[in-house]
Design a protein around this ligand. Structure first.
Ligand SMILES: [Zn+2]
Length: 598
């Protein structure tokens, strides 16, 4: 075990007994059996009969389906949480594996329900939805049915699904395998791709430069193959979209994300129009680390040392104060996480790395998992996960299905809570150097989450469009388009010489086309609400909490309306970016004060 400094978090362990007493709790077996029996009965009763149900009968069916899911979710969450604090314990691993297998069997048995609902003809579905009995399930039912216009006939769908194993999925897997096998030769020593990329965080510029050159050389040999794979995946998608009748290359993704082409276009336009934020920051960063201009491999370089460490007690107080200042009710909820042992905080042997919040099931409460090290970053991580916790806590009364949020709004409360806590950290720090450090870390996170993702989305956009209109893309063409879309963001603030083939290591482009903008979407959605709160103060507290209370029972557009925002209006996305620009203004002013400004 590596020695870590004591933080005071050593004994902060969660108490999972609100789920089950222990891994041997007989209720786990009991629940699993109950779910198996209920699933079999559900299938027996409803299979092939969904189209015959009245609105009231359908409500009964959905309620039962949700009840079955809730019981099983409780058991599987327990297994996950129990396992994550000691992954070396074979009893824990065995429980998780067994429940995961059970889950797949039950899921397969109940799959027909969603399919038959999607299969209802529109007139019948409209009649059902018009019935107020079904009001609670309105959004859920629409979500289940939203792909209906793009579904092909059953035999066609069957061929598509079966052939994808040797088609697009095979290409994606080949890409993953090639990327996984990539080795980097750094000064005669063979290291993994991840290790080489980690060296871009080094404080030594020469080390960063050598690592980046070694990565470029390592990307070279398979580049022609990766180009071919990318072309194949892109053309496969264009065929799929054409057959199904999607408007453009991104429409299917937008539908899955529960948003619209218009809202996403507004987001992209707003971010692209504010690329100056990126350029200003990278020019400032060059000065801060003593360079005339950054190279692409300098972007992750540290800015000085920040040895500031906080104890668990200090960190929890900062986060709690930030939430309580926002609203005393919210403070009371967050306080419960600490008082009632809903958090597992310390770094421990055999514990899973990272941090997450498990919302669990209605009737219990969320749990927060982290590896607290006392660094500034881990205070913000605590705030982030408690934001998810607050969101889950407030949405739980809606029940499992309606509380569940899509990717685009899942980060609302976490980003908001991080912003609140960041403000507080900044307010209590008066050393200019450390303030600057805090701001720089915050701006770099934001650039990575917003602008970098949007620039990648612009690359995908031009690639997918080019393939549809002009045909296959050569290695040279992809390099040209990658550099053009990156340079559009950097202008001349970053030297991209040597960066041309780096598009080819980003797995999202292959495995989940169109995915990357969602990071920017969620982040700016939350920040624009935060910005409105900063401008309007307490009047925004209740509307914001109403957004959280609505969970995933409404579309993002409807959630935005609750706080008086319109997602199709570029202004909402711009206001999120304005919040970042304010932080950049302060960083520039501080740098000038301490003599690092131009
Ligand atoms: Zn999160």
């Amino acid at each position: 075990m590596t020695m870590t400094e004591l933080t005071g978090a050593e004994d902060v362990a969660w108490d999972l007994s609100d789920l089950y007493e222990s891994g041997d709790d007989p209720r786990i077996e009991h629940h699993v059996r109950e779910v198996e029996e209920a699933a079999a009965a559900f299938r027996e009763r409803y299979y092939g009969r969904i189209a015959e149900l009245s609105a009231a009968e359908l409500v009964e069916a959905i309620d039962e389906r949700e009840r079955i899911d809730s019981i099983f979710t409780r058991a599987i969450y327990y297994a996950h949480l129990w396992f994550s604090t000691d992954m070396a314990d074979s009893q824990r691993g065995a429980l998780l594996a067994r429940l995961t297998e059970k889950g797949a069997v039950i899921e397969t048995q109940l799959l027909f329900f969603g399919l038959e609902l999607a299969d209802l003809d529109d007139a019948q579905a409209d009649a059902l939805l018009a019935d107020t009995t079904l009001e609670r399930w309105d959004h859920w039912l629409r979500s289940v049915r939203k792909f209906r216009p793009y579904i092909l006939t059953e035999p066609e769908e069957k061929i598509m699904t079966e052939k994808s194993v040797s088609g697009v999925s095979a290409w994606d897997r080949l890409y993953d395998e090639l990327l996984g096998a990539l080795k980097v030769d750094l000064d005669g020593v063979e290291i993994s791709f991840e290790e080489a990329m980690a060296k871009l965080h080094s404080g030594d510029r020469d080390e960063r430069r050598r690592a980046s050159e070694a990565v470029t050389i390592a990307l070279e040999p398979g580049l022609r193959t990766r180009t071919f794979i990318f072309n194949t995946i892109v053309v496969d998608k264009s065929i799929d979209d054409r057959l199904r009748g999607y408007e453009n290359w991104l429409s299917a993704r937008n539908l899955r994300n529960d948003t619209t082409d218009e809202a996403v276009q507004a987001l992209v336009d707003a971010a692209v129009s504010r690329y100056d934020v990126v350029q200003r920051y990278y020019r400032l960063k060059a000065r801060l680390i003593g360079l005339d201009r950054l190279s692409f491999y300098d972007r992750m370089a540290p800015i000085g040392e920040d040895p500031t460490k906080s104890s668990w007690a200090e960190a929890s107080q900062i986060v709690l104060d930030a939430y309580a200042d926002f609203s005393s009710d919210v403070g009371d909820i967050v306080q419960r996480f600490f008082r009632e042992s809903w958090i597992d905080a310390p770094v421990r042997e055999n514990k899973r790395p990272g941090a997450f919040c498990a919302t669990t099931v209605p009737g219990v409460h969320p749990y927060v998992f982290m590896n607290f090290t006392g660094e500034r970053r881990s205070i913000l991580t605590l705030a982030h996960e408690l934001g998810h916790g607050l969101h889950g806590y407030l949405a739980q009364p809606l029940g499992l299905y309606n509380a569940n949020t899509p990717l685009t709004t899942a980060e609302t409360a976490s980003v908001f809570g991080e912003a609140l806590t960041f403000k507080r950290l900044l307010a209590i720090e008066d050393d200019p150097g450390r303030r600057l450090n805090l701001l720089a870390g915050r701006i770099e996170d934001s650039i990575a989450t917003v602008f970098r993702q949007i620039a990648m989305n612009r690359f995908e956009d031009v690639v997918h469009t080019w393939r549809r209109e002009e045909g296959e893309l050569s290695m040279e063409k992809l390099e040209e388009l990658w550099l053009a879309t990156q340079t559009q963001m950097f202008d001349d603030s970053v030297d991209v010489d040597g960066y041309g083939s780096w598009w080819s290591y980003i797995p999202h482009f292959m495995g989940s086309p169109g995915y990357v903008y969602a990071y920017a979407y969620g982040f700016l959605f939350a920040l624009s609400i935060f910005r409105k709160y900063e401008l309007e103060g307490d009047a925004m507290v209740e509307p914001y909490l109403d957004v959280l209370r609505a969970g995933g029972s409404k579309r993002p557009e409807e959630l935005a309306e609750i706080v008086g925002l319109d997602l199709a209006d570029p202004g909402i996305w711009e206001s999120g970016i304005d919040a970042l620009a304010v932080e950049l203004d302060e960083a520039e002013a501080l740098a000038a004060d301490i003599g690092l400004g131009s």
